[in-house]
Design a binder for this molecule. Structure first.
Ligand SMILES: Nc1nc2c(ncn2[C@@H]2O[C@H](COP(=O)(O)OP(=O)(O)OP(=O)(O)O)[C@@H](O)[C@H]2O)c(=O)[nH]1
Ligand SMILES: [Mg+2]
Length: 359
């Protein structure tokens, strides 16, 4: 399951956003380090195609693809040296697929700011410096391990050690691991993950973020790093999360917002990680699955059950909109419209798939 880690300074609104996204009940407070233990939540990915398919198929059960969010303590300047909550808690987001970096753009009059004034680009740099220092810590440990392995005489360790040293250099230069050119294992490195900047803007700017100087600063900062900036208003999103779906749509419209923070962040995550969605309509369950673009049919089947990957024979495939026109999978089969695809077929976004396999 795709997972996002939520990072930022204390009082940036991380837990408020987390609650809004997950309809969760994480503690939120106007003082720093309200969050100590991580909050974990899973959300159904909003998917209008899944809804449309379900309307036609009328299955007993509709199962959306899910996304996970992990909300952790705030990072402060000097966290790597033990300031604030330190940086050990970053271990809770080592495995996530991407980061949401919450940058405070709402006024400091309401809630104290650990740096004393509003400056989201500076805040971003503070947090990113701490991420870099945490990664250097991970790499130093990797380096020690490799240095011990050198004694085995295997040349691959020497090459790996050299690369690790280059990467450490790169990080000491203030650059994230994701911009390192060498072929090196980025797992466990926080700065190796894609990042999306979530500007937590004041309510007054919710409908016109471009007029907020703080949001413009975030946009500029994000652009300089080849990343995207998403304006969100965490307090309004939290109110939105309280409402039933149709009332929520009306509320968004009233506010002049096209999409919720969840929708924006899901889309950004899909794009950053290059994910697509395919559907299965077998038996009583219609279900959406998120997979990396380019996944081959047997591996996609393996998401459902490992036996289906092992015993894979072929996939019967139809695009979701064609399925809706025809009304059912069997109608499509009757008309000879289903495509039969083999082991080397790459599942496409919007495919509805029935896997054939032997047990
Ligand atoms: N006015 C306003 N207040 C907000 C907004 N987002 C969060 N807050 C308030 O800011 C305070 C801190 O919010 P939290 O969500 O607890 O912040 P956090 O980033 O999780 O903080 P730590 O857990 O301490 O790192 C709370 O009092 C929130 O109600 C916002 O968009 N506008
Ligand atoms: Mg918090």
């Amino acid at each position: 399951m795709f997972a996002y880690g939520i990072i930022g300074l204390p009082n940036a609104g991380k837990s408020t956003l987390f609650n809004a996204l997950t309809r969760g009940t994480a503690a939120v407070a106007p003082y720093p380090f309200c969050t100590i233990e991580p909050n974990l939540g899973e959300v159904a990915i909003p998917d209008s195609r899944l809804e449309a398919i379900a309307q036609v198929i009328e299955p007993e059960k509709v199962t959306p693809a899910m996304m996970r969010f992990v909300d952790i303590a705030g990072l402060v300047r000097g966290a790597s040296k033990g300031e604030g909550m330190g940086n050990q808690f970053l271990a809770h987001i080592r495995d996530v697929d991407a980061l949401i970096h919450v940058l405070r753009c709402f006024p400091i009059a309401d809630v104290s700011h650990p740096e004393g004034n509003l400056d989201p680009a500076r805040d971003a740099e503070i947090v990113e410096t701490e991420l870099i220092l945490a990664d250097i810590g991970v790499l130093e440990r990797r380096r020690e391990r490799l240095a011990r392995m050198l004694k085995t005489g295997d040349p691959k360790y020497k090459a790996e050690l050299e690369l690790t040293d280059q990467l450490i250099e790169h990080l000491y230069g203030g650059r994230p691991a994701r911009t390192f050119a060498g072929e090196v294992d980025l797992t466990d490195l926080l700065t190796g993950k894609p990042v999306i900047y979530a500007a937590n803007i004041a309510e007054q700017y919710a409908a016109r973020p471009e007029e907020d100087p703080a949001f413009r600063a975030v946009k500029e900062y994000a652009a300089s790093r080849g990343a995207r900036a998403v304006p969100i208003c965490a307090t309004l999103e939290a109110e939105l999360a309280e409402l039933p779906w149709d009332e929520g749509r009306a509320f968004l419209k009233e506010l002049g917002l096209a999409r919720s923070a969840l929708e924006q962040l899901v889309e950004a995550g899909y794009q950053e990680s290059d994910l697509i969605t395919f559907y299965t309509v077998k038996g009583p369950e219609t279900r959406a699955w998120a997979i990396p673009r380019g996944t081959l049919a047997p591996a996609a089947a393996g998401r459902i059950h490992s036996d289906m990957e092992k015993g894979f024979i072929r996939a019967e495939v139809i695009n979701w909109s064609a399925l809706i026109e025809l009304g059912s999978f069997s109608a499509a089969r009757g008309k000879g419209i289903l495509r039969l695809e083999g082991r080397d077929y790459q599942i496409q976004d919007g495919d509805v798939v029935l896997f054939r396999f032997k047990t």
